[in-house]
Design a protein around this ligand. Structure first.
Ligand code: GLN
Length: 202
C-alpha cells in the first residue's frame, strides 16, 4: 500500500523508515500531484504553524482536505494531530486545520517546565500493552467531540487528557510514536488502509 507522508517540514524521515519497516510503500508528498497515488496519509510532528503556511503555498491544503473528506485514512502525530483537528487554540491567527477529527487542541499546552517528557501510556485495549510515549512541545486536547474514541490519556493537573484518539479512519497521537521504537500505532493505522482507495466519509 502506498502511504503518503506530508513532507513540507518535520520528522518525515522517521515516519518513512517505520512505514517501510512495516512493509508499506512510503511516498513523500510535497505537491498536489503526489496525492493521486496514495492510499493514506501521515502528518508528522514538527511545527504546525509552518506546515499550515506551506500547505497553502504548495497548493496542498484544499486537495488534502478533499481526500480527507472522502474518507482517506490519516495518522497525525503531534503537529500532525493539530493539523487534523477542528479547532486550534493558541495557534497563529491565520493557521488552518483540516477538521478531520472532532478535536479542539491547544498548542504547547503541557506547560513550559514539561515541554518535553516521557510517559507510559495504557493503550492495552487497542495495542495489547503499555506504550512509552515521547512528548515534545505537545498539544493538549481541550475538547473531544462525541464521535471521538479516546484510546489513551495522561493526567494533566489531575484530569485525564486524551493523547491518542480515533474517529473513523483518522488516528492521532499528541506524542511521537515514530521516535520511541514502538510501531504499534503505525500498525493500527495501516490495518485500516485498504488497497481500493478511499472508503466512505465519516
Ligand atoms: N508545538 C508544535 C506545534 O505547535 C508541535 C510540536 C511537535 O510536533 N513536536 O506545531
Amino acid at each position: 500500500m502506498k502511504v503518503g507522508i506530508l513532507a513540507l517540514q518535520g520528522d518525515v524521515g522517521e515516519h518513512a523508515r517505520v512505514l517501510a519497516d512495516l512493509g508499506a510503500d512510503p511516498i513523500e508528498v510535497r505537491a498536489p500531484e503526489e496525492l493521486a497515488g496514495i492510499d493514506a496519509l501521515v502528518l508528522p510532528g514538527g511545527e504546525s504553524t509552518t506546515m499550515s503556511m506551506l500547505l497553502e503555498s504548495s497548493g496542498l491544503f484544499d486537495p488534502i482536505a478533499d481526500r480527507l473528506a472522502g474518507g482517506m485514512p490519516a495518522f497525525g502525530t503531534c503537529a500532525g494531530m493539530i493539523l487534523l483537528a477542528t479547532e486550534v487554540l493558541d495557534g497563529r491567527r491565520d493557521q488552518r486545520c483540516f477538521g478531520a477529527i472532532e478535536l479542539s487542541v491547544r498548542r504547547n499546552a503541557f506547560g513550559r517546565q514539561v515541554d518535553s517528557f516521557e510517559s507510559d501510556l495504557d493503550v492495552s485495549d487497542v495495542v495489547g500493552g503499555p506504550m512509552r510515549a515521547v512528548f515534545i512541545r505537545a498539544p493538549v486536547v481541550a475538547l473531544a467531540g462525541e464521535g471521538v474514541d479516546v484510546l489513551a490519556t495522561v493526567a494533566v493537573g489531575g484530569a485525564p487528557t486524551p493523547v491518542v484518539c480515533r474517529q473513523g479512519s483518522v488516528l492521532v497521537a499528541a506524542f511521537h510514536p515514530e521516535l520511541a521504537g514502538d510501531w504499534r500505532l503505525h500498525e493500527l493505522f495501516l490495518s485500516n488502509v485498504g488497497s481500493g482507495g478511499d472508503g466512505p466519509a465519516r
